[in-house]
Write a protein that binds this ligand. Structure first.
Ligand code: F3S
Length: 64
């Protein structure tokens, strides 16, 4: 499972960081920064999906 962030959509709501801080950080401008490139460790799949479901801009995609 992999995560992508569409920075054209991200508006800096930081819910991703709050819900899955092992997967997301925020950059100096407050936009999402992905901490994990490539396959997610299994224990981070659920937090990543939760973050994707809670991003108001639908900027996060979780793919198999
Ligand atoms: Fe951006 Fe959504 Fe996170 S708007 S900072 S990807 S909650």
């Amino acid at each position: 499972m992999r995560v992508r962030v569409d920075l054209d959509r991200c508006q800096g709501h930081s819910r991703c960081y709050a819900l899955a801080p092992e997967v997301f950080d925020v950059d100096d401008d407050g936009y999402a920064a992905l901490l994990i490139e490539g396959d997610l460790p299994t224990h981070l799949e659920a937090p990543a999906q939760l973050a994707a479901a809670n991003c108001p801009e639908r900027a996060i995609t979780v793919e198999e």
